[in-house]
Ligand binder design. Structure first.
Ligand SMILES: *Cc1c(COP(=O)(O)O)cnc(C)c1O
Length: 427
């Protein structure tokens, strides 16, 4: 595989960007080697600067459920651009995307668009604090909710503890209000409620964890969170930035039939352009300015290009059987990978919910961050490199979700499985 151009671009990039990238996960540090510089995307494929072609299972880390440069999405963006790229005033497109989202997720009674998932979660937490007039929040070890200060908090090992900042620059006073519980462990949540009664504004959770690799909720976990938060007058926030339209058309809240108070969205709803959103119960959303006192604003929020791309992507998903076919394709991929690993005698743990999946090189069933950590990163790194050599682009870390798009055909999945068969034999 010739990556000469990517190598020289990476050298140049390192002189202008910290680590040569504009988001750390892109740097390939967890798997060794260096990032590929991408020239273009088309359907299920990525093409790098040297002209190599890869089947893409990263899909911009989730958003591209309709694949790269889907003609409908491209057309929507082109048409929107001709009408002006930003107004700083309301437009009908915002209502159209909002209604489309609410059709899929009826728990969202009112919504506010922002520009990223990070903005969505930080705004939702501000809102939960404004609504409850409390300051502490609970998050789960191994769940990622964007890079806002209060969410960049590391968990103590095993037992739920007071958060310590996960990054220099996060004030300890901010981190101190973030309590950390174990995913899939209701007792760890109950203990925090017991210790800080009437002080917890919100519980924020990835209802299917995706940012430690895919870890589904155990039966009763989400139900338990719903009843504990109701009991304590705490706002339950489902961070569906990743799971929205991915684990089910209507997100995890529809799949598991749980009604969160607030939902955060991003990724898929922007059709590949930068969009985030938070929404939920009308009574809570009415506190957002200018309807209410909780301030939150954005110069480019509701951007017409982004709204148009989102509208186009969601209408593709709404087409008859579209999502169902997508999920079936994900199922075939999962079954094929399982079979290939078995034939090669490599022990793996597979997790998949809808169109999100992870292959853990592990003998331990992944249920939380502690069990996830048991996976063999070195072995994953070898598998990753071999897949890349064979033209399959996976997320460059063991602890990430894989995604497919509606343009990943049976034939493309078959090619992926051939590559996997060979990769398992060498790792
Ligand atoms: C990606 C992600 C975010 C952050 O979204 P950005 O658009 O990267 O800011 C937040 N929460 C979850 C669950 C995510 O997967």
């Amino acid at each position: 595989m010739n990556i000469t151009k990517s190598i020289s671009l990476f050298q140049e990039a390192q002189t202008v960007f910290p680590g040569g990238v504009n988001s750390p996960v892109r740097a390939f540090r967890a798997v060794g080697g260096q990032p590929l510089f991408i020239q273009r995307g088309e359907g299920a494929y990525l093409f790098d600067a040297d002209g190599n072609r890869y089947i893409d299972y990263v899909l911009s880390w989730g958003p591209l459920i309709t694949g790269h440069a889907h003609p409908d999405v491209v057309k929507a963006i082109q048409e929107a651009a001709l009408m002006g790229t930003s107004y700083g005033a309301p437009s009908p497109l915002e209502i159209e995307l909002a209604k489309s989202i609410m059709d899929f997720m009826p728990n969202i009674e009112m919504i506010r668009f922002v520009n990223s998932g990070t903005e969505a979660t930080m705004s939702a937490l501000r809102l939960a604090r404004a609504y409850t007039r409390r300051e502490k929040i609970i998050k789960f070890d191994g769940c990622y909710h964007g890079h806002a200060d209060m969410l960049l908090v590391q968990a103590g090992s095993g037992v739920a503890t007071l958060g310590l900042p996960d990054s220099p620059g996060v004030p300890s006073t901010v981190a101190a209000d973030t309590l950390v519980a174990n995913f899939n462990d209701l007792e760890s949540v109950e203990a925090l409620f017991k210790k800080w009664p009437d002080q917890i504004a919100a519980v924020i959770v990835e209802p299917v964890a995706g940012n430690m690799g895919v870890v589904p909720p155990l039966p009763g976990f989400l139900e338990g969170l719903r009843s504990l938060t109701t009991q304590h007058g705490t706002v339950l926030i489902f961070d569906e930035v990743m799971t929205g339209f991915r684990v089910h058309k209507g997100g995890a809240q529809t799949l598991y039939n749980i009604k969160p108070d607030l939902t955060t969205l991003g990724k898929v709803i922007g059709g590949g352009l930068p969009v985030g959103a938070y929404g939920g119960r009308r009574e809570i959303m009415q506190l957002v300015a200018p309807a209410g006192p909780m301030y939150q604003a954005g110069t480019l929020s509701g951007n017409p290009l982004a709204m148009s791309a989102g509208i186009a992507a969601l209408s593709l998903i709404r087409e008859e059987k579209c999502w169902e076919k997508l999920e079936q394709a994900a199922g075939r991929l999962e079954a094929g990978i399982g079979e290939a690993a078995k034939r090669a005698g490599v022990p793996i743990q597979q997790t998949r919910v809808g169109t999100m999946f992870t292959t853990f090189f592990s003998e331990t069933k992944p249920v939380d961050w502690n069990t996830v950590k048991a996976a063999d990163k070195i072995q994953f790194g070898k598998f990753f490199q071999k897949m890349l050599e064979n033209g399959v682009y996976l997320a460059p870390s063991q602890f990430e979700a894989g995604f497919i798009s509606i343009l990943h055909t049976d034939e493309i999945i078959e090619k992926t499985l051939e590559a996997a068969m060979e990769a398992f034999r060498t790792c």
